[in-house]
Write a protein that binds this ligand. Sequence first.
Ligand SMILES: Cc1cc2nc3c(=O)[nH]c(=O)nc-3n(C[C@H](O)[C@H](O)[C@H](O)COP(=O)(O)OP(=O)(O)OC[C@H]3O[C@@H](n4cnc5c(N)ncnc54)[C@H](O)[C@@H]3O)c2cc1C
Length: 321
Amino acid sequence: MLPEFDFLRPTTLTEALAMLAEHGPDAVPVAGGTNVIVDLRHRKHQPKALVDMGRVAELRGIRRDDGHIVVGAGTTISELLTHPLIAEHASILHDAARVFANPLIRNRATVGGNLADASPAADTAPPLLALGAEVALASQAGTRWLALADFLVGVRKTLRRPDELLTAVRWSPPPAPQSWGERPSPQSWGARGAQASSPQSLRVRGAYTKIGLRKADAISVLSAAVVVTQDGAGRCQRVAIALGAVAPRPFRATEAEILLTGQPLTAEAIAEAARLAAAAIRPISDIRGEADYRRRVTEVIVRRLLAQAAMPRRTAIETAG
Ligand SMILES: Cc1cc2nc3c(=O)[nH]c(=O)nc-3n(C[C@H](O)[C@H](O)[C@H](O)COP(=O)(O)OP(=O)(O)OC[C@H]3O[C@@H](n4cnc5c(N)ncnc54)[C@H](O)[C@@H]3O)c2cc1C
């Protein structure tokens, strides 16, 4: 049995924000409901009202906007699988969507719900962190953008205030081959301590993996995403290594990233970066795996993903022609 609550059904973002402002922490937003309903059944929430986001058109859709790829918070995981912008600019997110839950859940579960729920094992978080994504939080006072890495603060804890809705997630796509000649790569894809290089010679590659207890419909024991931008000489200009289900929140392994920046992806550098990434995790032992297992597997998976990124062939996210 579910507890009793008012079920509010706004049709616009303005209406939804007014309802949240009025009810404050007594109201819980609900998108696909795949977490909320489970939590209600287990009495983790006892809200006076659920504010259903399902009819709010402003939260839907995937588009290009001002140099960013923007994904509406109400976009379902299934929609990530079919949209050409995701296939072209964020194959690691596409890969994560492919192994997310099962088709029924994917048809209901939203990207916004996955991030706002802030599970350590949220599967869209590592690829979005690796892409350098930001989230939009809207309230009646306006919209603020926060780095996803800052938004996620702990186990099911975020910086969202009760009167705010997560409306979208965005990132600057890696430079596309056809635009390399015309515009420099966005700053987030540029060098961090690395030598400048002509945009034409940049090569961006990414890779994603999820370890579960079975091949489908499994919560992650560990998930990892990497994106590596290399210059023409093979030196790393930007490295992003994001990990899920191995710490209180999905996070970037920054020490490992710094080690590789400015360096070629040699076997030794990759092995050292993987060791640093494994040293940065704070895993727990639970029904899905022991902390020690997660430590060992993190090192192996990060090594494999970086090696995959170093290989001279197209991978999921590669944009070089
Ligand atoms: C059988 C099953 C399998 C699952 N498998 C996976 C899996 O493989 N990988 C994975 O990552 N997760 C999995 N989940 C968890 C869940 O499906 C996802 O986290 C999903 O993305 C949540 O999205 P939702 O739209 O259903 O969120 P909801 O349940 O509607 O909401 C989740 C949380 O986000 C808040 N919220 C929702 N939308 C907004 C918004 N726009 N602004 C602010 N707050 C908001 C809600 O208040 C709530 O706190 C699974 C769940 C089930 C039941």
